[in-house]
Design a protein around this ligand. Structure first.
Ligand code: SF4
Length: 386
């Protein structure tokens, strides 16, 4: 990691990009914003991102939507799943643990299942205990913990995360590096990093989430590009409690594909999440798609993108089901009215792709043939029949 400099990546020559687990498996990704309701009121949080009204949908509707997502995904050849929940604060939904239990109970019918949530970690240790019980069967669990310096107690926040990490949950702390309090946040980030937790420094985005705000000095931008690399914990890659007995899990599949010996410093890129192909055939890697905005690598207009075909987002308050957060396309449907996935990857028509949930979805420049998924997925042969 120390020898791998992300600023050396020739972003203007990159022809394809995608998260490795998506490029190399039948993984279908769902990013699900359960509502805007949040118990914090951070001064820098934009009105579209949180609210004080409980705007949650009934649990039964969430469960039937999950079932329909899986039905359509399986029809297209995808039978591994990654569901990522966010809000507002997702853990405030009364049926959250029931929904996750429903998801976990289906694990043995899939090739692989993982779960992620983005949370402010305002829940207590009793909730953590229940959560750990419910997610037991799931192959991999991860949490992005948003650190809000105005509301969170730094020590307690750290303590809860270390407990979750100890139980095999992959933890990343996201800190929105507000330009006005950058130095304080940088010190807090170091505190977490030295405690053994992963920290991602995120630039603050504008009110429409289409660009990064002004106000960053060059040194700040530099720190966000290079600072605090991810620390990969061995015990978080495969959960010991997973019900799966088959050796063919997604983690093992990806690992197996990566066992080809690499030369020199490239061996350190094995744990990086995102893979890129340059026009000279050279492969490049980055630890997390979150970093793309810091490099201004977020315009894929005209590229062929597999979002909407092998990934969706669901967001409130309108319950829209879309290709991804940044996409300007019409929604694929609505949570209460039904939806239809694409039957193959489609062209990107959007000017910017700023969410990491979007930019990690495999995509390639027009006219190139870089693979977006394994050969086993055959879009043209799908009989939609719906
Ligand atoms: S904006 Fe949407 S379609 Fe365009 S690259 Fe991003 S995810 Fe794909």
């Amino acid at each position: 990691m120390k020898n791998y400099d992300f600023s050396q990546i020739p972003f203007d020559q990159i022809e394809s990009v995608g998260q490795k687990s998506l490029l190399k498996s039948d993984l279908f990704c769902v990013s699900w914003l359960l509502g805007r309701y949040c118990n914090y009121s951070c001064s820098y949080c934009w009105p579209y991102a949180s609210g004080k009204n409980k705007d949650h949908r009934p649990t039964e509707l969430l469960v039937s939507t999950m079932n329909e997502i899986k039905r359509q995904s399986r029809e297209r050849g995808f039978n591994s799943f990654h569901f990522s929940f966010s809000g507002g604060e997702p853990t405030l939904h009364k049926g959250y643990l029931d929904l996750i239990k429903h998801y976990a109970d289906d694990t043995l019918n899939t090739n692989y299942q993982s779960i992620h949530m983005t949370s402010n970690l305002s829940f207590g240790k009793f909730w953590i205990k229940k959560y750990l019980e419910v997610i037991k069967p799931i192959d991999k669990a991860s949490i992005t913990a948003s650190y809000h310096h105005e509301f969170s107690d730094k020590e307690k926040f750290c303590e809860k995360l270390l407990l979750l990490q100890e139980k095999g949950i992959f933890i990343t702390i996201n800190i929105v590096m507000i330009p006005q309090v950058f130095k304080k946040l940088w010190i807090d980030a170091h505190y977490f990093h030295h405690a053994g937790l992963n920290v991602t420094l995120k630039p603050q985005s504008n009110p429409t989430a289409t660009a990064v705000v002004d106000g960053y000095a060059p040194w700040m931008r530099e720190l966000m590009k290079k600072g605090l690399p991810q620390q990969h914990k061995k015990n978080s890659l495969v959960r010991k409690s997973s019900v799966r007995t088959s050796k063919n899990t997604l983690n093992q599949l990806v690992k197996k594909k990566e066992q080809t010996p690499k030369k020199n410093s490239q061996s350190i890129t094995h744990s990086f999440q995102v893979e890129m192909n340059a026009n000279d055939g050279k492969k490049w890697y980055i630890d997390q798609a979150e970093r793309f905005n810091a490099f201004g690598f977020n315009n894929f207009k005209g590229w062929e993108c597999s979002s909407g075909y092998r990934s969706i987002i669901i967001r409130e308050p309108d319950g829209a089901i879309k290709r991804s957060y940044s996409c300007r396309d019409e929604p694929l449907g609505y949570i209460d009215k039904g939806f239809q996935l694409f039957d193959k990857p489609q062209k990107c028509i959007s000017k910017s792709c700023v969410s990491s949930a979007d930019s990690k979805i495999p995509k390639r420049k027009p006219g190139t043939n870089w693979p977006l998924y394994p050969d086993s997925i055959q879009p043209k042969s799908i009989n939609l029949n719906v």
